[in-house]
Write a protein that binds this ligand. Structure first.
Ligand code: ADP
Ligand code: ADP
Length: 232
């Protein structure tokens, strides 16, 4: 099964024919149930790839299919609902709401999706990411690694088919980053989710099943079971 398919996707931020393409005619598919890294130099289009693939931004041309749904067929309202129920996001800067508790942050996607918060599944997810006992704290009372665990629990709570992560270990020290990669790996192996992660970090990329390399908006290489030499 294919989780994400891009067909001839081009994204230009400026108007007019001479605006540079941040993504230039990219076609690829990502199989369900795998852990994929997207790498490339700064400005090569990694964030743009992730945002288009996740339905956070619309391509200028080409199509994106996510879990069999062609995103371009959805109007804004349906696209928002699709993201809230079918996709999870993890960002480098954690993006937690400071005024909410850990538990409220984690259950926010359920409330946004209009779904009930069932205590067993909340406790299952928080136990899985090692946050039991911290549910009443505010994000400011947590370490960076704990905050990213909250963000991962929030991404997992709706059991989305695909989790998109933009530099999820970029703000963390190596040991803490390792724990976060273990959680993302477990989402793939134990929960059969698909994880697509933008990263600069060769150590993180080596923990994935395949690496897509971008350069100047183009997909230039795809490496399965990456070795250290291939990602540095
Ligand atoms: P990466 O994530 O690999 O650093 P990006 O996808 O952020 O690359 O950017 C690719 C290109 O698109 C860069 O030239 C960048 O300056 C440009 N770009 C990204 N976002 C915007 C935006 N919102 N408006 C205009 N240009 C943008
Ligand atoms: P950037 O990659 O440009 O630094 P972010 O990764 O923080 O920015 O966010 C990228 C986009 O995703 C922004 O437009 C932001 O509004 C949106 N966004 C951030 N968090 C979420 C979320 N949990 N669900 C949906 N959209 C989000």
């Amino acid at each position: 099964r294919t989780a994400v398919r891009l067909t001839r996707v081009t994204k230009r931020y400026g108007r007019g024919p001479d605006a540079a393409a941040a993504l230039d005619d990219v076609s690829t598919s990502i199989a369900a149930g795998g852990f994929t890294a997207v790498m490339g130099p700064s400005g090569s289009g990694k964030s743009t790839f992730l945002h288009c693939a996740a339905g956070l931004d619309r391509p200028t041309s080409g199509t994106v299919q996510l879990g069999g749904q062609v995103l371009g067929e959805l109007d804004e309202k349906r696209l928002t609902r699709f993201r809230r129920t079918r996709v999870g996001f993890v960002f480098q800067a954690f993006n937690l709401l400071p005024s909410l508790t850990v538990e409220q942050n984690i259950t926010l996607p359920l409330r946004l999706a209009g779904a009930g918060t069932d205590h067993d599944s909340v406790h299952g997810v928080t136990a899985a990411v090692g946050l039991t006992g911290l549910l009443d704290r505010r994000p400011s009372q947590l370490s960076g690694g704990q905050q990213q665990r909250v963000a991962i629990a929030r991404a997992l709570i709706t059991r989305p088919e695909v989790i998109f992560a933009d530099e999820p270990t970029g703000a963390l020290d190596p040991d803490t980053a390792d724990g976060i990669l273990t959680l993302l790996r477990r989402a793939v192996t134990d929960l059969h989710q698909t994880v697509v992660m933008v990263t600069h970090d060769p150590v993180a990329a080596q923990r994935t099943d395949q690496v897509l390399f971008l350069a100047e908006g183009r997909l230039v290489r795809r490496v399965e079971s990456p070795s250290a030499a291939e990602v540095t």
